[in-house]
Ligand binder design. Sequence first.
Ligand SMILES: Nc1ncnc2c1ncn2[C@@H]1O[C@H](COP(=O)(O)OP(=O)(O)OP(=O)(O)O)[C@@H](O)[C@H]1O
Ligand SMILES: [Mg+2]
Length: 443
Amino acid sequence: MMRLIKQILPKSLFWRSFLIVLIPVVLLQGAVAIIFVERQIENTSRRLAVGVAGDVAFVLDAMRVIEDPSLRQWTVLRASEALQINLVQSPSSTTEPIIPGYDGGIATQSLFRALDERLPYPIEVQEARANDLFIMRIDLPEGLTTVTVARKRLESPTTHIFFTWMVGAAVLFTGIAVIFLRNQLRPISRLARAAEAFGKGRPVTWLKPSGAAEVRQATAAFLEMQERITRQITQRTEMLAGVSHDLRAPLTRMRLELALLASSKSRHEADIRALEADVVEMERMIEEYLDFARGQGGEAPVETDLAALLDNIVAGASRRGAAVALETERPLAVTLRPGAIKRCITNLVDNAIRYGGGVRVAALRYNSAIEIAVEDDGPGIAPADREKVFRPFVRLDAARNPNRGGAGLGLTIARDIARGHGGEVTLSEAAGGGVRVVLRLPV
Ligand SMILES: Nc1ncnc2c1ncn2[C@@H]1O[C@H](COP(=O)(O)OP(=O)(O)OP(=O)(O)O)[C@@H](O)[C@H]1O
Ligand SMILES: [Mg+2]
């Protein structure tokens, strides 16, 4: 049954909405029409018929008592003019015998009944549509009489007017509804086209949120998603470029060192050390890059207690001999990829420990987001460098402290994970001049 309905139902939203508008209108009109036909039309035609039958009976009575021919003539004339009732006294030889009854619709029937109640003679009523007349044949004792009456005396024009208006108004209003409906649906099909285009790899720049609140919301969500995905793709492309660029430096050095090794007869211990160090660096870079590229791939988002996750990270830090102060609500339930987020926050905390010290972590829940702030008392990062450090393999103090720090991927990865959750990582200055880095996750 449901399948059948599904098959019959139109597929497009427009035609479905159209049916939702149309069906109640048609049903309502049908109900009104039936009630109207049953009650109103029958009522009116009965009343009109009673009036006409009274007039006919009166005219026939008058003709029976008036003997003066000129007065009779005057009566027939007045009946025709004022009452629209015409009397035709026909010679009984030329007319067919009367079969009492009626032939026609509601008006004919009502007229027959009304006459039948008033006149004790056989009566036949017929509708002559072509002449706009009703024809009554009455078998009077003094001869068969034909009486005609104008249609408009028995039919109320309001009925037609009413139906015309009702149907006309319904068509008009449905038409207006359709125009509005089309306008409402246009943003939805636009959104569908945008999603399709973006799915095929064509960035959508022409889409603006418009239409009803829900459609606007969907459009805004789509645009945000598009931006996020585009950002992530850009970031990874940059990263690939960075990898090849950064691998070139140790490779060149290695080639140089090998050339030197080959030319010098004696093998220098220091040259081999240098070569080894370069290999180690390359290995680490590739390792970190692969880690990043693998990203949060396989992990599924689950409801997690962020407070417990933070405890875990702080405990890990203290095992490595660093004190981290933690301040958070408990429990702090969020749906996220716990492994990835742990890695993200660990990267931030590790940076704070490595480059700062006096590390404080605070988690706060707002209406639509959770913010995890990591602060330290270190030298901070100059405003000009705050975007740069998110780029892959960027290390600010690489020259100053070549032995401190890693591959320069920590913040890149942290931001990538945050964006993968619809969130963001931003840098600012802590109250004491150190770094304040905030991970913001939408809930
Ligand atoms: N809390 C901080 N205080 C001062 N400088 C910082 C801080 N966090 C990051 N930086 C600077 O930003 C650079 C980039 O940080 P990022 O975490 O991306 O890389 P990294 O720590 O050098 O290496 P990795 O995290 O991959 O081991 C760091 O090299 C450091 O110069
Ligand atoms: Mg780091």
